[in-house]
Design a binder for this molecule. Structure first.
Ligand code: SIN
Ligand code: CO
Length: 376
């Protein structure tokens, strides 16, 4: 499969738009042969696929939300207008959609969460809302009007009577009709509102932007498993406190800050944790069983069968450490080798014949972790 690209001046985008302001890119990718509405509906009938149906009743302005898996009958009952089907992580299931991820390699790939795909009938959409992460909206089929609005925050009011997170106020700033091939980039927290003008397929490339509270709590759990409980709060040579023995003093807090700094300033520790954290699979309960291979048996099989990447598996690296679905493994590969390993979806034996080479060993470990597999 040829790798798709998007027409973007990456340097200009990164300095002017990324995380700063919306950008519309007209005719920036080839929308052909990525996915059809029927394929998407088929995916939404699978129990392991996360999907939602949202329908707006224009007469009463009510919104109905249902979660998949869906059946043929569910679709038959929806009528011709005002509904949308949204399917998460389509990159895990459709190789043509997954291939688009490499078009975003001007950004760290481990920041990407998934590609969501929506099919909407005329009038369909999810209403005015905001997301907590960056998103690129790629129009694949049909036309859709997108409006952008205000920058939201924790005070932005959501209608709590509705099953979907709809903003009660939407202050329109801009609006565009998007046609197949157009891309709209939206930074986190910008209000937006997409309404299909005809049957429309839209891809959303969404990013991972963990809340600080989640980062800190996960790092805390990681530390809890690493740091001996003999490392404790301590205050040698403390001054006599009898004048106000109940008081917590700034110097007590300074001691605490020194403890926290000791961990936060330890770059190696943070990197080790962060790589594991950012490669946690989207669906932790969907591990693939790829068998338990002995090295020789694995090599023999590989001579005749290519190895494929498990599309739901997440990889990243730092130095010679490879992170795989929330685990760290030390390799003796170079950064170039590791980058190409993370980038490739298919590995042929012929390209890796060096006996007992490090790449062979790493792929052998990856197959036993379920991150790669032999087809069939
Ligand atoms: C959609 O495709 O309908 C929703 C995408 C979004 O607003 O983030
Ligand atoms: Co959105």
């Amino acid at each position: 499969m040829t790798r798709p690209s998007i027409k973007i001046d990456a340097d200009a985008f990164l300095s002017t738009y990324w995380q700063q302001s919306p950008q519309l890119m007209r005719q920036a990718f080839d929308p052909k042969q990525l996915i059809s509405g029927d394929e998407l509906a088929g995916l939404s009938m699978e129990p392991e696929v996360e999907s939602r149906l949202i329908k707006r009743l224009p007469e009463t302005d009510e919104w109905l939300l249902r979660h998949g898996p869906f059946s043929e009958e569910d679709f038959a009952d929806l009528g011709p207008e005002n509904w949308t089907l949204l399917v998460q992580a389509v990159d895990h299931w459709i190789p043509e959609v997954r291939a688009l991820l490499s078009a975003f390699s001007f950004l760290p790939q481990w920041r990407i969460d998934d590609i969501m795909v929506s099919f909407a009938t005329k009038g369909g959409g999810v209403g005015p809302h905001f997301d907590q992460y960056d998103v690129f909206l790629l129009q694949v089929e049909g036309t859709r009007e997108w409006k952008t609005g205000q920058l939201c925050d924790e005070n932005s009011e959501l209608d709590d009577q509705l099953p979907v997170k709809i903003l009660t106020d939407f202050a329109e700033q801009d609006s565009w009709v998007m046609a197949p091939g157009d891309i709209l980039y939206l930074p986190p927290a910008f209000a937006h509102w997409g309404t299909a003008l005809s049957d429309s397929l839209t891809l959303s490339v969404g990013f991972r932007a963990p809340a600080h509270s989640d980062l800190i709590s996960d790092f805390g759990h990681f530390l809890a498993s690493k740091v001996s409980d003999f490392n404790r709060y301590s205050d040698p040579k403390i001054a006599n406190r009898s004048s106000a023995a109940h008081e917590i003093l700034p110097e007590d807090i300074a001691r605490l800050q020194a403890v926290l700094h000791e961990y936060a300033d330890n770059g190696a520790l943070l990197t080790n944790w962060f790589g594991q954290y950012m490669t946690q699979p989207k669906y932790g309960d969907q591990a693939v069983d790829t068998g338990d291979w002995a090295f020789d048996e694995f090599l023999t099989h590989w001579r005749a069968n290519p190895i494929y990447r498990n599309a739901s598996s997440r990889l990243a690296f730092t130095g010679a450490v490879l992170f795989v679905d929330g685990q760290a493994m030390v390799t003796d590969l170079s950064p170039d080798q590791l980058n190409s390993l993370c980038d490739n979806d298919c590995f042929n034996y012929a390209a890796n014949t060096e006996t007992e080479s490090s790449v062979q060993k790493v792929l052998w470990t990856l197959i036993n972790l379920g991150a790669v597999f032999f087809e069939g």
